[in-house]
Design a binder for this molecule. Structure first.
Ligand SMILES: CC(C)(COP(=O)(O)OP(=O)(O)OC[C@H]1O[C@@H](n2cnc3c(N)ncnc32)[C@H](O)[C@@H]1OP(=O)(O)O)[C@@H](O)C(=O)NCCC(=O)NCCS
Length: 176
């Protein structure tokens, strides 16, 4: 059976990443319910839509911020707001000792305006300043918008096998 997901990895040392000249806010500065609406509306109708209720999204957001996927990296998790409402977000946890992007979402009304790219650049710059040398994510093979975005940023794809990917990855440790 073909695996439905892939691991993607970006080497942070090789490239230069300049965050856009815009306001990125701490993810904890917005209400969980507003974030839940953003996640719900962004995933609706996509290949990763699991028909979560708003309450389920609230639970998921609380859970990852309370270390469900490993220690939550608040310094590499951001939102962009418009009229005081979150319109795009990126979240990151330290999973198996490496930074893992757990979510990236842009509200459908604001997609294809480079917000996803700008959030990734901001996250990358923050992780670099924290001395991390790689960042990972897991993508559904059918999520073409997401995979196009990641590939445009230089992420490389690997089979969904964490042991194989991490064991071949001497650069994945913090340099200090
Ligand atoms: C994936 C997602 C975050 C992209 O956000 P975005 O803000 O629209 O992305 P950007 O505008 O920064 O796109 C940058 C590049 O990514 C690629 N891309 C983004 N959306 C695309 C789409 N629908 N189709 C093809 N390529 C796409 C393009 O190369 C694009 O550059 P271009 O607009 O100059 O052609 C957004 O589509 C989304 O929220 N999807 C639902 C949630 C999701 O699946 N998240 C990923 C898993 S957690």
């Amino acid at each position: 059976m073909t695996p439905s997901k892939r691991i993607m990895k970006l080497d942070l040392v090789a490239g230069t990443y300049k965050p856009a000249d815009r306001q990125f806010q701490d993810i904890t500065s917005v209400k969980i319910t507003d974030l839940a609406s953003l996640f719900s509306e962004s995933f609706a109708g996509t290949v990763d839509d699991e028909q979560e209720t708003l309450e389920e999204w609230c639970e998921e957001i609380r859970a990852f911020s309370l270390n469900k996927y490993g220690p939550f990296i608040n310094d590499a998790s951001f939102v962009v707001t418009h009229d005081d409402m979150p319109i795009a977000a990126i979240t990151c946890s330290l999973f198996k000792n490496v930074p893992l992007i757990t979510y990236i979402v842009t509200h459908p009304n604001f997609q294809r305006q480079s917000l996803g790219k700008e959030l990734l650049n901001k996250l990358i710059a923050s992780l670099k300043s924290l001395q991390y040398t790689t960042v990972y994510l897991v993508a559904s093979n059918n999520n073409l918008p997401a995979i196009s975005l990641y590939e445009s940023m230089g992420f490389q794809s690997f089979d969904y096998n964490w042991d194989a990917v991490l064991n071949n990855s001497p650069l994945n440790l913090k340099t200090q």
